[in-house]
Write a protein of this length. Structure first.
Length: 468
């Protein structure tokens, strides 16, 4: 075949003649290193345009991974595509599934990065309470059963089911099964955003994913759209994510990608494939186990300092996956904040003390005042965790001493319902403040860290006026 079809650049003009990466082997604890080279036809493929869904050999490897991790054989009921990180795929999925004014259910609290995706396109956020076992299924059921007659019901439920961001919760098996039943009964899609799936370090066996449970069910499939990320287990800079689910939805996401950014970087895919194909699935799962163990140790170190310094000053639950503690600071009540305002404490007092956590208001679609903060332990050394929590404890004590009356502390556990305020329906027009402070703008991926000689950005004024 003589092809005059594609307007591809001639690979003979590419100045890159080889790509070599040095990698560690997880099977010997990283003791040995190996150089992997990308040359010849593999290099040409890495430097050239490729299919929107992923370069074929990488796509095959990723589908094999999904089969093994979630026990769903490849077949006509599902497909998979590669994206520039799972955030890219989430954005395109929301656009495919929701029209302006339509409703989406979200956990409360919810991943801050999902809020602008939903509100920015005019969707209505229906907050469903959550606790240490995941989404409050009884509240979801009540919300759906009492839905106004004549108003279209929510089309999606968005969830981070393992090590939730921000609350660290892992949804129990019982609740996952009930949510699946509700999805069939009330005709909505479960958007399973799962960047912490491989970061589970609980003592109990990891519960199956929604996507695996759907595959086991004898009910019609197509209710779960799953998002995976390699950011937490390989490299966040690779910007490599996966979406798996109903073929028609994956095709819609691919169509968006083909018109917006054509494809994920072929070079990124080639590097990831070179590593993963050399390792094989067994080594990848072993590497993931080592990653989760690393974060378990980090969690335990942070918890030790948390108990030492924050007992009586905060309430928390202990996460069994992910990177975060979700803490309720026991702060003085104010005229506008009966349980205290964590944003005021963090933005005003904690910054001056040289310590930073992310205020809880960033994780509610309406930006409500809340006493909660999210603290990340992923980057902290033991000394920084110790000193950072000591400083935060001083800040909370000072706020209590200065302002007086405190809400009654209980044990060091978050109350069963993480979001005790009335659940709100939120739309773009009702939130002119959206992410209207530099902490929320820059803190979606912020870590709890000791800040030395911190220079507060002056760009906040330029961010006024909400999301546009």
């Amino acid at each position: 075949m003589i092809s005059m079809l594609a307007g591809k650049p001639n690979p003979s003009l590419f100045p890159i003649t080889s790509i070599a990466i040095t990698v560690r082997s997880p099977l010997d604890g990283g003791a040995s290193e190996k150089v992997l080279e990308i040359n010849g036809p593999d290099l040409e493929e890495a430097l050239q345009y490729g299919p929107t869904s992923g370069i074929p050999k990488a796509e095959r490897w990723f589908k094999g991974l999904q089969e093994r991790a979630h026990h769903r054989k490849q077949g006509p009921d599902w497909d998979m595509a590669v994206g520039s990180g799972s955030q890219d795929l989430l954005y395109k999925a929301f656009l495919a599934l929701l029209n302006p004014g339509e409703a989406a259910m979200v956990e409360a609290p919810v991943y801050a990065g999902a809020i602008p995706l939903l509100l920015g396109q005019g969707a209505e956020c229906i907050e469903i309470r959550s606790d240490g076992q995941g989404v409050d299924v009884a509240h979801m059921r009540k919300t759906l059963q009492e839905w106004p007659v004549g108003k279209p019901k929510p089309k999606v439920f968005y969830t981070v089911p393992y090590g939730g961001n921000p609350n660290g919760a892992t949804a129990s098996l019982e609740r996952r099964l009930e949510v699946l039943r509700l999805a069939h009964e009330h005709n909505f899609i479960i958007m399973e955003d799962d960047p912490y799936f491989y970061l589970y370090f609980g003592t109990a066996p990891r519960p199956p994913s929604y996507w695996e449970l759907e595959g086991r069910s004898n009910k019609p499939r197509g209710r779960v759209l799953r998002f995976d990320s390699f950011s937490k287990v390989l490299s966040s800079g690779l910007r490599l994510g996966l979406v798996s689910g109903p073929r028609v939805l994956v095709e819609a996401i691919n169509l968006h990608s083909s018109t917006a950014n054509l494809q994920v970087s072929s070079t990124t895919q080639a590097i990831a494939y070179a590593l993963l194909s050399d390792w094989g699935y067994e080594a990848f799962f072993e590497h993931s186990r080592q990653v989760s163990e690393f974060y378990r140790v980090k969690r335990d170190i942070f918890l030790k300092s948390l108990e030492k310094h924050m007992t009586g000053l905060a309430e928390w639950t202990v996460p069994d996956a992910g990177m975060f503690f979700w803490m309720k600071l026991l702060l003085p009540e104010t005229a506008t904040a009966p349980d205290g305002d964590s944003e005021e404490v963090i933005r005003q007092q904690a910054l001056k003390a040289g310590v930073l956590a992310l205020p809880g208001k960033c994780f509610f679609a309406d930006g409500r005042t809340t006493p909660y903060v999210r603290a990340s332990f992923s980057l902290l050394e033991e000394a920084d965790a110790e000193e950072g929590l000591r400083r935060l404890a001083e800040v909370v004590r000072a706020a209590r001493d200065t302002m007086g009356k405190i809400g009654s502390p209980t044990a060091n556990t978050i109350p069963k319902t993480v979001s005790p305020q009335p659940v709100l329906s939120v739309t773009k027009s009702s939130t002119p403040y959206l992410l209207d402070n530099w902490l929320c703008r820059t803190g979606i991926c912020a870590v709890f860290a000791v800040m030395v000689n911190l220079m507060v950005p002056t760009v906040s004024a330029g961010l006024k006026g909400g999301w546009h």
